[in-house]
Design a protein around this ligand. Structure first.
Ligand SMILES: *[C@@H]1O[C@H](CO)[C@@H](O)[C@H](O)[C@H]1NC(C)=O
Ligand SMILES: *[C@@H]1O[C@H](CO)[C@@H](O)[C@H](O)[C@H]1NC(C)=O
Ligand SMILES: [Zn+2]
Length: 458
């Protein structure tokens, strides 16, 4: 049967990184493809892959200081710098607030610095209807920092691991900044949403009674960083344009490896865990990698069949650390693609955003004759078709198994929304073409042997 969704080539997890070519982008300047990628590169396809020695300041941000002195604003601002400058506003905004320029007092920061409504929302952070878009507006675009900091507090991680709250905040600000706010979908709000969903899953009885603080710590960090520095295009795009990340990671889980290594770079740079033993820090880095790499959607069938056989055999034992970590991988996978399991109002917004990102990629592929990736052609695709295929082949199977593992009210709620949302998209589809096909043919044509290059839908 066409299990279909093999979204790209996927194989061996490459765990090692060379330190070459960091920050550099290698193309042949005569090549049109390269031309675009250089443009894209400016939009921040920049690597932190060789983080061993790379420092944050080495990125081509505009120097912070020019904002403070009018006389220096003359610094020539090319068109391309303007774009950086614009995104830098956000950096500046969050920096003042979070980096201590106003000398935040860690004991009262949650009380004084958040506006009342955002704080009020955080009291319901474990609610499945949590509106992350509203929360992001109320925090002035700082949802990822605010939410994750709050969850660290709530789970007692700051105390348990003796974390320095200023370092924690700085780490989270760096994480938030390294998401691309210009991506319609893969931005810091998506990361905040996934982190919120992960928190909901961690609270499920089966998990909450067996998880250690260490597990919770890794889960939240992995959720917050799982798409770090996402370029807004998918792996096939990076491969066909010879992006250096594709070379670096040998065409395998290219984005996920990059997210992970970027996260590790920020962890080290922040010194958040500098007080822990080297052994523990290394263990943390590798376990965060296991979690983030599990979000590679092209690996979904492997994870799903493992999950299914455990459930069939009934042999999952959450006292066993390996089993716990496997379940956390499944939980993060669920959190990553849970959009269709939210209420229609939230779910619909996510659908529009992800489609916008796909179509944007398709437009570029057309313009530069790169061959339009499946699901990326705005001429032939619709949001409804894409969503119905996504739900049928990816989301329903995953959440079906999750509900077998954790048969709770939350799981029933999620399946309920999933069913309703699918019905709504089918209604839209019927209106649009009168045919009422079940799913996008792009999904059905996929054959797992051929492994078509597919966009990542997470
Ligand atoms: C932090 O704020 C609390 C409450 O406003 C205050 O009692 C405490 O003295 C402050 N600590 C510092 C170091 O300023
Ligand atoms: C990655 O894919 C490209 C395009 O298919 C191919 O040319 C290249 O050799 C591949 N690299 C590796 C390491 O497999
Ligand atoms: Zn994601």
């Amino acid at each position: 049967m066409g299990i279909v969704l093999i979204w790209c080539l996927a194989v061996i997890v490459i765990r090692w990184i060379t330190s070459e070519r960091r920050g550099a982008i290698s193309y042949d300047s005569s090549d049109q493809t390269a031309l675009y990628i250089r443009m894209l590169g400016d939009v921040r396809v920049r690597s932190r892959a060789g983080f061993e020695t790379e420092r944050r300041g080495s990125h081509p941000y505009i120097d912070f200081r020019i904002f403070h002195s009018n006389s220096e604003i003359e610094v020539s601002v090319s068109a391309r710098n303007v774009r950086r400058l614009l995104s830098f506003q956000r950096y500046l905004r969050s920096s003042r607030f979070f980096r201590g320029i106003t000398a935040p007092n860690s004991s009262n920061i949650l009380d004084d610095d958040y506006n009342g409504q955002a704080k009020c929302m955080l009291e319901k952070v474990g609610n499945w209807n949590f509106d992350i878009f509203l929360f992001d507006r109320l925090t002035n675009g700082n949802s990822l920092v605010s939410l994750t900091f709050h969850l660290f507090n709530l789970h007692g991680l700051i105390e348990h691991f003796q974390l320095d709250t200023m370092k924690l905040r700085r780490f989270l600000v760096m994480v938030q900044e390294d998401y691309h706010s210009q991506n319609p979908y893969h931005n810091a709000v998506h990361a905040a949403d996934v982190t919120q969903a992960m928190h909901c899953y961690l609270k499920e009885p089966k998990l909450s009674k067996s998880l250690t603080p260490w597990d919770v710590l890794l889960s939240l960090i992995a959720a917050a960083t799982h798409d770090l520095d996402h370029p807004g295009v998918n792996q096939p795009f990076l491969i066909k344009t010879n992006h250096y990340l594709a070379t670096l990671y040998k065409n395998t889980s290219v984005l996920e490896n990059h997210h992970w290594r970027s996260a590790v770079g920020l962890l080290r740079e922040s010194g958040l865990f500098a007080h822990m033993s080297l052994e523990n820090r290394q263990l943390m880095e590798s376990q965060i990698g296991d979690l983030i790499l599990a979000t590679d959607i092209s690996q979904q069938n492997e994870y799903l069949s493992m999950f299914r056989s455990h459930l069939d055999r009934g042999d999952l034992c959450l006292e066993n650390a390996n089993h716990r970590h496997f379940i956390l991988q499944m939980a993060l996978k669920c959190a990553d693609i849970c959009n269709p399991c939210r209420t229609w109002e939230l779910s619909k917004q996510w659908s529009e955003k992800v489609t916008e990102e796909f179509f944007h990629q398709g437009d570029i592929e057309k313009k530069y004759h790169l061959g339009v990736s499946p699901l990326c052609d705005r001429q032939t695709e619709t949001i409804a078709n894409i969503q119905i295929g996504f739900m049928t082949y990816l989301v329903e199977p995953l959440f079906g198994e999750w509900a077998r593992f954790s048969n709770t009210r939350l799981s029933q709620t999620m399946l309920g929304h999933l069913g309703l949302n699918k019905a709504s998209w089918k209604g839209v589809q019927r209106e649009q073409c009168g045919s009422g096909d079940d799913a996008d043919p792009a999904f059905e044509e996929m054959d797992s042997d051929i492994l078509p290059q597919e966009p990542r839908l997470s």
